[in-house]
Design a protein around this ligand. Structure first.
Ligand SMILES: [Zn+2]
Ligand SMILES: [Zn+2]
Length: 384
């Protein structure tokens, strides 16, 4: 029912469009495709699509959720009705009524829908990256199983309310100014239920509902991030008889990782190396979400250099592609030096400090041989 096309594409707008541009473009397209004005085939579908795109992009929260998580983020958090709810469609009639019919809106007299619940779910970095199933305990009101929600003691049944004759409503008619005024109020004897219980159910004391803790399984998709909200339809508190239950909203919180940080879908890590590794270069083993991989540190690497490991980041939540891992190299400068290390560093200073030797070819070869031996010693001394 909801579109799978990109919302920005539907409106023909770039991702960084201002709220004003989104509104202007919607008005232009809505005028063109409104079914009252455009009788061409497909116009209504098109109108529905642009209205959905506008409903999401004109709401700061929905737009942020869409920009981060795509359609998956919207579908997880909002029902088809919720997507349209609250949007300002300007002068284009009641879009809500048009798409969902009058029945979606309940009058103030009808039985009340159960209330929504919210649950904060804490998951690890890896669980967010790869997705996870969690069983959570949700305390909520449910229909009493002893009386099946009637509130009457088993073996008895509720009686039709004598005040309202079972309608739950009281109509009063008043005349004045040559007209009749009809007003309807909720029956105070049965509180709108149309029935009264003479012998209440012992389990729920006649309420028809009880408080229960229910285990619910939540599927967190791979690529989820802090702030993502998952909607579990009908898993909230139970409604009054005849009305639907509320929804359960699970808000995802991702705990910090010891080594990894996340920026969008990229994983950021730091790699401390010794200054001889940086100077001489080396292959090192890097921890990634997918196990250890080999990475080459080229000779002469500077501190804060960043190396990119392609596709070692996090799976996009809408299914295509992965981020990268970015490895920032930090060169450790030794703080406590042994006598031998100090001696080597002095030699190093001497070698690189440009004590220009006026030597011939033979002299240079000698020196490079000496250097090689020197760096071996440096490696041994600093990477022990
Ligand atoms: Zn009961
Ligand atoms: Zn009544």
């Amino acid at each position: 029912m909801a579109t799978t096309r990109d919302y920005y594409e539907i409106l023909g707008l770039p991702k960084d469009s201002s709220a004003g541009d989104i509104k202007k473009t919607y008005r232009k397209l809505a005028l063109k495709y409104h079914p009252d004005r455009n009788k061409e085939a497909g116009a209504e579908e098109k109108f529905k699509e642009i209205s959905e795109a506008y409903a999401v992009l004109s709401d700061a929260d929905k737009r942020a959720q869409y920009d981060r998580f795509g359609h998956a983020g919207i579908d997880a958090q909002y029902s088809a009705e919720d997507i349209f709810r609250g949007a300002d469609f300007g002068g284009f009639g009641d879009i809500f009524e048009m798409f969902f019919g009058g029945g979606s809106r309940r009058g103030p007299m009808g039985p009340r829908r159960g209330s929504d619940l919210q649950y904060d779910l804490y998951i690890t970095f890896e669980e967010a990256a790869f997705g996870t199933r969690k069983d959570i305990d949700i305390p909520r009101t449910e229909i009493c199983s002893t009386c099946s929600g009637t509130g009457a003691k088993p073996g008895t049944s509720p009686k039709r309310c004598p005040t309202c004759s079972g309608t739950g409503q009281i109509r009063t008619t008043r005349s004045g100014l040559g007209m009749q005024f009809v007003s309807t109020t909720t029956c105070s004897t049965c509180h709108g239920r149309g029935q009264i219980v003479e012998s209440p159910c012992p389990t729920c004391s006649g309420a028809g509902r009880v408080r229960n803790t229910r285990k619910i399984t939540v599927n967190v998709p791979a690529g989820a991030d802090s702030g993502m909200t998952l909607r579990l339809s009908g898993e909230g508190n139970t409604g009054e008889p005849g009305a639907p239950s509320g929804d359960l909203y699970v808000v995802v919180h991702v705990m910090e990782h010891r080594y990894f940080k996340r920026v969008d879908y990229d994983v950021i890590s730091e790699l401390p190396i010794s200054f001889s590794q940086a100077a001489l270069g080396e292959d090192v083993a890097i921890d990634t979400l997918y196990g250890k991989v080999k990475m080459n540190i080229p000779p002469g690497t500077q501190t804060n250099s960043v190396f990119r490991l392609r596709d070692k980041g996090i799976q996009h939540v809408h299914g295509h592609g992965k981020g990268d891992q970015l490895v920032r190299v930090i060169i450790k400068t030794p703080t406590k030096l042994t006598h031998e290390q100090k001696e080597l560093l002095r030699q190093f200073d001497g070698l690189s400090g440009g004590k220009k030797s006026e030597g011939d070819e033979k002299d240079r070869t000698e020196k490079s041989k000496k250097n090689k031996g020197f760096f071996e010693k440096v490696k041994d001394a600093f990477e022990g």
